[in-house]
Design a protein around this ligand. Structure first.
Ligand code: NAD
Length: 452
């Protein structure tokens, strides 16, 4: 163990290579164009043990530092002379390799086809992979990574200039910084929502972000209607009864949609499709949107309300189609629910964060809310899209929602149609190709700018 005060550890051209483990303090590491601060627990130069011509770095102690230094020659001597050290070392390596089998597939790709543009594709579920593979994009090489993008998995994008992510990948400040560090220059969202991305940090670091602004809005609108119909006609309950040869009808009474008032919050692409279907049912549709579209009003014949406050008390059903923004977060809360008609139906296929779920549960228990159809849930990250059937659900709010007889919950699947998957893959691949052709930021057709 060495204790060092302000001392240059420059080792460029040093005859004897070594690795070091920082015990305490900070060391500045400069290598090619990369500068990093190493702190307690971090290592430098481990590759020197294995490479005959290791590359150099300049290490400069930044503050009083204690470190462990190990010469390459002593490491090799230990390997040769001490069989138990060897066994221990190989066993450790094997465990690490198993843990990082995903990283190995990344490395395989890195050493694979040098002429193809590599795209790190996180949260690679079979249905999504199939949709992208079926596009036969020969110019792109997708590195399919099963894990979500998080602070722990961002390093797996090393060697890829583009990462492709979905709704539950985490693209916060730290992740964006790590992606930048490993050389990522573009984040291609294969979804419409972008609330999981720190766009400001992306802009600061020059990372271009694209999304899929429209891919079969019918898919999501039709799912919202499916949830409405299931909640109203209690299809989940009747199906379950019939599977047990119970053909009774008690408790299954619904209402006619015809003539009912439905509130649509957000009249973008999905909101408009939903309105059109509801108009076909003969519903009276009231809308609220911060951007009032004369075109939508003329096309659908619906009425825009001046404030969201007016929407709550007038509707039998409220369906959410606005994005998750600070201004829309928890717009469905204890206060707004108390203003609704007793027995109102709440439908959310947008983002879980629009609804204060605890307040919704309380209102379902009190009967203020008659039923809820939810495709999204604010705590869905890490739960949805995975098989949790062999675990006791630790999220008690979700457990209560699932067990409520008047809640129909699906696992963020409103987008899941063949047409939508084809639209998502075509649009994402087209964005990546634009990027590869040299376009950056706002030059990209589906660029998502940071909020001003
Ligand atoms: P869009 O951009 O076409 O429409 C969103 C609308 O919301 C716009 O008209 C906008 O003016 C309005 N809006 C924005 N802020 C508002 C506010 N504070 N109050 C009221 N209205 C506001 O988006 P879209 O394609 O219709 O998608 C809507 C949402 O659906 C997306 O943001 C996404 O979160 C969600 N979505 C969910 C799924 C799923 O599988 N469940 C799939 C796709 C999209």
């Amino acid at each position: 163990m060495f204790s060092v005060s302000l001392l240059s550890l420059s080792r460029k051209g040093a005859p004897q290579t070594f690795a070091m483990v920082i015990e305490s303090g900070k060391v500045l590491k400069e290598r090619k164009n990369e500068t990093r601060v190493l702190e307690a627990g971090e290592t430098s130069g481990l590759m020197h043990f294995f490479c005959s011509e290791p590359s150099g770095a300049t290490l400069t102690v930044q503050e009083e530092c204690v470190y462990l230094r190990w010469e390459t020659s002593s490491f090799r001597a230990a390997c040769e002379k001490d069989a138990s050290f060897n066994a221990c070392f190989v066993s450790y390596l094997t465990k690490e390799v198993r843990k990082r089998s995903n990283m190995l597939s990344v490395l395989e790709y890195l050493h694979g086809s040098p002429n193809k543009s590599k795209v790190a594709f996180y949260d690679a579920k079979s249905y999504m992979k199939d949709a992208f593979v079926s596009q036969n994009a020969e110019d792109l090489e997708f590195v399919f990574i099963q894990d979500y993008l998080t602070e722990k998995t961002a390093y797996m994008a090393g060697g890829c200039r583009v990462v492709c992510v979905f709704v539950n990948d985490v693209v916060n400040t730290k992740v964006v910084q790590e992606l930048h560090r490993v050389g990522v220059e573009m984040i291609a969202l294969r979804c419409a929502g972008f609330d999981n991305v720190d766009l400001v940090e992306c802009e600061k670091l020059g990372i271009s972000v694209t999304r899929v602004p429209a891919y079969s809005p019918f898919a999501v609108a039709e799912h919202a209607i499916a949830l409405m119909m299931a909640c109203n006609r209690k299809i989940h309950k009747s199906w379950s009864r019939v599977t047990q040869f119970n053909f009774t009808l008690g408790g299954l009474v619904g209402f006619d949609f015809h003539g009912k008032t439905v509130g649509v919050f957000g009249t973008g692409k999905i909101g408009v499709c939903t309105i059109n279907i509801l108009r076909g049912f003969g519903c009276n549709v009231l809308c609220f949107d911060v951007y009032r579209s004369a075109e939508v009003a003329a096309m659908t014949g619906v009425k825009y309300l001046d404030t969201l406050e007016e929407l709550w008390p007038q509707c039998d059903i409220i369906t959410l189609h606005a994005p998750l923004l600070p201004s829309t977060q928890h717009c469905v809360n204890a206060e707004s629910l108390a203003k609704c008609k007793k027995g109102v139906m709440i439908i959310n296929t947008s983002r879980g964060g629009l609804v204060d779920t605890q307040a919704l549960l309380d209102a379902l228990v009190s009967g203020q809310v008659g039923s809820a159809g939810l495709d999204v849930y604010e705590g869905e990250k890490g739960i949805f899209y995975e098989d949790r059937s062999n675990q006791v659900m630790a999220d008690t709010v979700l457990s209560r929602l699932v067990s409520a007889h008047n809640v129909v919950l699906t696992s963020h699947q409103a987008f899941l149609t063949n047409e939508a998957l084809a639209g998502i893959s075509t649009s994402t691949i087209s964005s990546i190709r634009e990027f590869n052709s040299g376009k950056r930021g706002a030059q990209l057709t589906n660029f998502q700018a940071a909020p001003k």
